[in-house]
Design a protein around this ligand. Structure first.
Ligand code: ADP
Length: 316
């Protein structure tokens, strides 16, 4: 399959420090890809290299079959990390200007802008100046600007930062809709659950290096065999029989968004499958499963807690 983005051995340094280090990427067309990693990991620098805003010290890059994003700029939508460019412009002027740069005629641009602004809950903002909007509103306006020309590749740098939960949900729906339209999506986030939810592949970056490039489907198949989640048929039922099992080291109520239930932590030396069966036999249940490993845990496991702490102290 032709790649939307293909990078080979990209390196970018600032003052002798490598912000991006030997990075390889192959993003297929039509895919949704997430860059994840802590603040200062190198996500924005990678995106700026892909966007030809920065140029690599070494390495090769292809975007939508072109030698650079600049050559394919009319086919790319981009939400930069820094918001609030063109602050003096009115919202409609700003959006029409962007549309015109990407070859969309004014009547069509106006029609699409009105529809998209309304979808994002932005009513009566067209005649306001960008500088008079809140940060969250401006971010949504910039998102409209990024998709107005129906790009083939949509690159979003921390699209959810600073948004309220309802706007986050609306934006997620719109990103999914863009994906369904056929666009390739690439976005960065330090909130790993967002990538897990929206992407079919995540690229974990730490200190400029790619530490994992894996499908979310495969990551979802990673279980922690020391943690068992279960939900009694009757939540009022006495769970003492589970607590008393020799394989159970600790038991706590667990309300993690999947519904109420309990989490049993197992002793290191016990057989996980036998423990699962023992818990199932201890009381009537509606749910019994090993806990999925969270992306955060996978990340920490890969880079090491000390390395992460050291990096975050450096970035602070
Ligand atoms: P992320 O997007 O993952 O938070 P960045 O790509 O912004 O990370 O930054 C990666 C590293 O490169 C950081 O150490 C940051 O301080 C450094 N960096 C980024 N841009 C510049 C720049 N223009 N000049 C100097 N250092 C920079």
């Amino acid at each position: 399959m032709e790649q939307a983005v293909c990078a080979r051995q990209l390196v970018k340094s600032f003052n002798g420090n490598k912000a991006v280090d030997q990075l390889d990427l192959e993003i297929p067309r039509g895919a949704a890809w997430g860059f994840i990693g802590p603040s200062g990991a190198g996500k924005t620098t990678t995106i700026r290299l892909i966007m030809s805003i920065l140029f690599p010290d070494s390495g090769a890059l292809q975007v939508l079959g072109c030698a650079s994003a600049f050559a394919a700029r009319q086919r790319i939508g981009y939400l930069p990390e820094e918001r609030g460019v063109y602050r003096k412009m009115r919202v409609d002027e700003f959006l029409l200007y962007l549309a015109q740069l990407r070859g969309v005629a004014e009547p069509l641009a106006r029609q699409r802008a009105g529809k998209l602004l309304a979808q994002l809950g932005l009513v009566d903002v067209e005649r306001k100046r960008c500088e008079d909007l809140s940060k969250g509103m401006l971010q949504r306006v910039q998102f409209v600007g990024a998709i107005l020309h129906e790009p083939e590749l949509l690159i979003l740098d921390e699209p959810f930062s600073g948004l309220d939960p309802i706007s986050v949900r609306t934006l997620k729906d719109m990103i999914r809709a863009e994906r369904q339209r056929g666009a390739t999506i690439l976005f960065s986030t330090h909130v790993m659950a967002q990538a897990e939810e929206l992407c079919d592949q995540v690229v974990m970056i730490h200190k400029g290096r790619k530490v994992l490039d894996e499908s979310t489907q495969r990551l979802r198949r990673q279980f922690d065999q020391r943690r068992i989640l279960f939900e009694p048929l009757d939540m009022q039922a006495d769970v003492a029989p589970v607590r008393a099992l020799p394989c159970v080291a600790a038991l706590q109520i667990n309300d993690n968004g999947y519904g109420n239930g309990y989490e049993a932590r197992l002793r290191e030396d016990c057989d996980a499958q036998a423990a699962l069966q023992a818990i199932g036999a201890a009381l009537p249940l509606v749910r019994l499963e090993f806990a999925r490993r969270r992306l955060e845990d996978i990340f920490i496991n890969l880079v090491g807690e000390d390395s992460l702490r050291e990096h975050l102290q450096g970035a602070a």
